[in-house]
Design a protein. Structure first.
Length: 369
């Protein structure tokens, strides 16, 4: 329902009809009150330091967009900003905890005040609430990964979040239940790296790839499609799910120069439902699917991209001095068999493009089979 400011701010409007957020997934101890009208002059608003979930502050263009939106009326189904009551001894007894962009745009429109949800929570709970609230697809800037990383690193360094791999991952999943796994993997990797958290599995960022190459790898390799003069090919690295992008980049290089490429991969966060073995199998599965599909389109199997292997990730098991190499002969035999099956039409497409675990074990002898 769209309502004009003058009508909503009038005495006849019932603020209890406005939505009230639920943060019980963060903590059942967080108390969220019904919406109440508060004058802006009663609220302490500090965009520079008030919301740790916004490390870059509020962009002027975002405020201007909100100002234009609010000038046409307010959508009463959208969530409100939130405040913390700090006591009657302050000239501004309320502190704004989130909703900075909305409040600043309303101030720019000359509004006297607006409705806010008062919240009672600890410092850590407020940080998680502020960050989670940015995940919501409202008319505001979306959460940035670096903002989540900053919050969690701060909590760990101040002793409010345990520096433990399983605890951190569980906290991320609980706080950001709708965020994609790929994003949570990048966030977790950066947190582990920034805080020196001991891990059972290594997780790679661009910085960590370069550090591993400098500190551990016995051979040089390139990333981002740079030319390797020794191997006479272009070198790439990618995470699980990223082979197809590398495939098209390598294909373009091959078309332009005739030079081939290779790629080394790493997985996302390892869990009971996404083991290292399964994720590595999925990487090979994606590569084979691309090779087979290319053949089906062009009638020729051209190997312009080699899936070389994986970055070492399992601490205490993988050799940290080299890639976990894939047996290229066995991989090529498997691809040829699947292409042959495609030509004879003896199996359905879903069977052609998926690797069985048995196939995966044959390809990668490092898995201990």
């Amino acid at each position: 329902m769209i309502i004009k400011y003058e009508d909503a701010w009038g005495e006849a409007f019932d603020p209890k009809t406005l939505p009230k957020p639920d943060y019980s997934h963060i903590s059942p101890n967080i108390v969220v009150g019904d919406a109440i009208p508060i004058l802006f002059e009663e609220i302490y608003i500090d965009d520079d330091g008030g919301n740790i979930a916004r490390s870059d502050g509020i962009e002027p263009s975002h405020i201007e967009n909100l100002k234009l939106s609010f000038s046409n009326g307010v959508d009463t189904t959208q969530q409100l900003g939130a405040v913390e009551y700090r006591g009657p001894n302050y000239a501004q007894p309320y502190v704004l905890k989130y909703g900075y962009g909305r409040s600043l745009s309303q101030l720019n429109l000359g509004w006297e005040g607006w409705f806010f949800n008062p919240i009672e929570a600890t410092e850590t709970q407020f940080e998680d609430v502020q960050s989670y609230e940015n995940e919501d697809p409202l008319p505001k800037s979306s959460n940035k990964e670096k903002d989540i990383i900053n919050i969690k690193v701060k909590q760990i360094r101040e002793g409010r979040l345990t520096k433990n791999e399983d605890v951190i991952i569980a906290n991320l999943k609980k706080t950001y239940p709708t965020r994609k796994k790929e994003s949570l993997s990048r966030i977790a990797a950066a947190i582990f790296e920034s805080t020196g958290t001991p891990v059972k599995y290594a997780y790679y960022t661009e910085a960590k790839i370069k550090l591993w190459r400098t500190n551990h790898s016995t051979e040089n390799f390139n990333i981002d499609g740079n030319w390797d003069s020794d191997a006479e090919m272009y070198g790439y690295t990618t995470k699980i799910g990223g082979i197809y992008r590398t495939w098209h980049r390598a294909k373009k290089k091959y078309a332009e120069s005739g030079a081939k490429s290779d790629v080394n991969c790493f997985t996302g966060v390892v869990s009971k439902g996404a083991t290292l073995r399964d994720q590595r199998s999925s990487i090979v599965d994606e590569y084979i699917a691309l090779r087979v599909r290319e053949y089906k389109v062009y009638g020729k199997d051209v190997k312009f991209l080699t899936l070389n292997g994986y970055f070492p990730q399992e601490v205490g098991t993988d050799n940290w001095k080299s890639f976990v190499l894939i047996d290229q002969d066995k991989l090529e035999k498997l691809i040829k068999a699947k292409i042959k099956a495609t030509k004879s039409n003896k199996v359905c497409a879903s069977t052609i493009l998926n690797i069985s675990k048995k196939d995966m074990f044959v390809i990668d002898s490092s898995l201990g089979v």
